[in-house]
Design a protein around this ligand. Structure first.
Ligand SMILES: [Cu+2]
Length: 152
């Protein structure tokens, strides 16, 4: 019984395993050098949605790491337009390979001038995390997805 559970857990965490090496994802560590879907973190990394530009202007820790993360996000109108002042922000981390999120709800604080501090972005497990940031202003809602690989 215990062995069967261990075997099924092992197969669960073997997602991403290939024949040419050890598993990329064993639940304890994740081989980010073999992950091709992740964004490479850099200060100022920006994604563009349909209405807004989303830039991570600082991250603690940097690059994003396992556990609680705090990001400062700058929202401007798409194409380098005006700062989104007084918007509402949300962040939702999700692991696509395991189809789960984080039990901890991130909160956004409006820092003024289109800057929003989002914390805690809880990336509790090694692997690829997709964090969707949603910005809303009046009737306009837009999203950007940042994909970071957490090695261990
Ligand atoms: Cu997971």
């Amino acid at each position: 019984m215990r062995l069967a559970l261990a075997a099924s857990l092992a197969s669960l965490f073997a997602i991403g395993c290939t024949d040419d090496g050890p598993p990329i994802d064993n639940g304890e560590t994740y081989d980010c050098t073999r992950e091709t879907r992740a964004d490479e973190f850099s200060v100022g990394i920006m994604k563009t949605g349909t209405a807004f530009d989303f830039a991570i202007t600082s991250a603690a820790p940097a690059p994003p790491a396992r556990g609680d993360n705090t990001w400062m996000v700058q929202i401007t109108a798409k194409g380098g337009g005006a700062a989104l002042v007084g918007g509402a922000l949300m962040a939702k981390p999700f692991m696509p390979d395991h189809q789960h999120g984080s039990p901890i709800q991130a909160m956004a604080t409006d820092m003024g001038g289109g800057a929003y501090e989002i914390s805690p972005i809880n990336l509790w497990m090694p692997g690829l995390w997709e964090t969707t940031i949603t910005a809303t202003s009046g009737a306009t809602t837009d999203q950007a997805v940042f994909r970071f690989c957490i090695p261990n």
